[in-house]
Design a protein around this ligand. Structure first.
Ligand code: FAD
Ligand code: NAD
Length: 479
């Protein structure tokens, strides 16, 4: 038997690496097991988020957005540029550099905080023993007082569109295209589809998105999702709702996709096809006999409110457990679990987890949509402020979108905030803090916001709940 640890974390994504660093900071003897190997054959930390998720996708989104701004919008600002063109190889090289800087950064943080890094595939055995099989096939077993499972998630496959080497790909493949596909098909108009569809649309692809549901972005407040649909279709994303993919075939380096929609049976040919229809928890070969850890019917590890599994001393966090599959949600769970292991009382407010879709304009929200709040039985009051009435948005040449504040009419408590607009992903932090502190719309309305900023739109939307937005003709509302 090898070393004994206070905490062994399995998986070094944003859930696991944060849990490991926090545990080590609290003085616990901590190890983190990671199996991810990069193109150069080196074990890398950071999981999906840093290697093939949040970070590379945002790098490509930012570059492609800057390209479109320079090509289509600089002229409006009086900046004359000609021959704007893209160097895809350079864009990809920069993305890869950002990824390797950040994954290397986590390894550095492990060293600095005294986290023992164990390379290989971890398997939980009975009584909190962890067997690790190294990349050379050799196994070693470690003991721990506590184990944190943070093994993340992988893309869902669908039988009508099985992956191929490079024509039918998942999100990871779509981050690696070496040239702009002329005709790009995307199955699933969810978060990944919209973000990666936007990247390649901006760079010149004709993008068709096939979405099974009849409703666009049903998790988003209806008013905001309608505006998002309008903005993104205006940019050329061809979003087909109610489209059921029935089959696909690779012919002469092209992909022929068959689907049915309200117009009947359809067939369309693409140069590349991205399948992004959701992700599923990853627990392959993870649990040995008698661990006591249980899975639910969808394959998630079953945990309570504080991420404790059915086995004492074994916790699970991040994408492998219930809740939104978001990096920051996993990281916060990691902190909570490390604190609990250290003997502190810790909890998480699952009602105040922000979501952001990094399209242009960005879409961001926290808390309940108007429709959800009504479903939950609240008497709802809302305030909406359009960016077209914001001085800063005008100065920025970014007047699309709005801020919407949803409140409980009887207490004025903020139940949710929904934004579509430039920097919505940054603006939403104000709303998260407000909700975390149990703010009313009046609290926000009585707060002083700097001028001229986009965040004044949050202020104005809070004022609009009572019909008192300053820079807008208000609906008549009684005080
Ligand atoms: P993961 O990041 O999946 O990490 C799990 C780690 O565990 C991996 O490194 C894996 O190799 C390792 N592992 C698994 N099994 C074992 C084992 N048995 N032994 C050892 N190691 C193991 N979220 C956001 O919040 N914002 C975004 O902008 C965003 N963009 C995204 C874009 C894309 C294209 C994708 C695919 C996802 C995106 N996400 C985003 C989601 C985000 O990446 C995940 O929610 C997040 O990475 C989950 O963190 P995690 O630590 O639970 O799991
Ligand atoms: P998603 O759940 O956001 O969207 C999947 C979409 O595919 C849905 O609209 C669904 O109705 C549709 N779909 C499912 N089966 C289909 C089928 N057979 N044919 C056509 N459409 C079908 O999932 P995703 O976009 O794959 O993203 C996975 C996860 O990654 C999400 O949960 C998200 O939280 C996370 N993520 C987050 C960000 C971010 O925070 N900005 C970015 C990317 C991914």
């Amino acid at each position: 038997m090898a070393d004994k640890f206070d905490v062994i974390v399995i998986g070094a994504g944003p859930g696991g690496y944060v849990a490991a660093i926090r545990a080590a900071q609290l003085g616990l003897k901590t190890a983190c097991v990671e199996k991810w190997v990069n193109k150069e054959g080196k074990t890398v930390h950071g999981g999906t988020c840093l290697n093939v998720g949040c970070i590379p996708s945002k790098s490509l989104l930012e570059t492609s957005h800057k390209f479109v701004e320079a090509r289509d919008e600089y002229g409006d600002l009086g900046i004359n540029v000609s021959d704007v063109s893209m160097d895809i190889e350079k864009m990809m090289a920069r993305k890869d550099k950002v990824v390797s800087q950040l994954t290397g950064g986590i390894s550095g943080l492990f060293k600095a905080n005294g986290v023992t890094s164990i390379e290989g595939t971890g398997r939980l055995l009975k009584d909190r023993k962890v067997e690790v099989t190294g990349h050379d096939g050799e196994s070693q077993t470690y003991e721990a007082e506590n184990v944190v499972i943070a093994t993340g998630s992988v893309p869902v496959d669908i039988p009508p569109a099985p992956m191929t080497e490079d024509l039918i790909v998942d999100s990871s493949g779509a981050l690696e295209f070496q040239e702009v596909p002329k005709r790009l098909g995307v199955i699933g108009a969810g978060v990944i589809g919209l973000e990666l569809g936007s990247v390649w649309r901006r760079l010149g692809s004709e993008v068709t998105m096939l979405e099974a549901l009849d409703t666009f972005l049903p998790v988003v407040d209806e008013q905001i999702s309608k505006e998002t649909y309008k903005q993104l279709t205006k940019q050329g994303l061809n979003i087909r709702l109610g489209a059921r993919v029935t089959g696909s075939e690779v012919r002469d380096n092209e992909v022929v996709v068959k689907y049915t929609d309200s117009d009947g049976e359809q067939e369309q040919t693409f140069d590349k096809l991205i399948v992004c229809v959701g992700r599923r928890p990853y627990t392959e070969n993870l649990l040995g006999d008698g661990t006591g850890v249980e899975l639910d019917e969808r394959g998630f590890i079953q945990v309570d409110d504080v991420c404790q599994t059915k086995a004492p001393g074994v916790y699970a966090i991040g994408d492998v457990v219930r809740g939104p599959m978001l990096a920051h949600k996993g990281s916060e769970e990691g902190v909570m679990v490390a604190d609990i292991i250290h003997g502190e009382k810790a909890e998480m407010n699952y009602e105040a987890i922000p979501s952001v879709i990094y399209t242009a304009p960005e879409v961001a929200w926290v808390g309940r949509s108007e429709q959800q709040a009504k479903k939950d039985g609240f008497d709802v009051k809302t305030g909406v402020f359009p960016f077209s009435a914001s001085g800063r948005a005008m100065a920025n040449n970014a007047t699309e979108g709005m801020v919407k504040v949803v409140t409980d009419a009887s207490t004025d408590r903020v139940l949710g905030v929904h934004i579509i607009g430039q920097h919505a992903g940054e603006l939403i932090a104000e709303a998260v803090i407000a909700m975390e502190f149990g703010s009313s719309a009046e609290d926000l309305a009585l707060t002083c916001f700097a001028h001229p900023t986009l965040s004044e739109a949050v202020h104005e939307a809070a004022l609009a709940v009572d019909g008192h937005a300053i820079h807008m003709a208000n609906r008549k509302k009684k005080r």
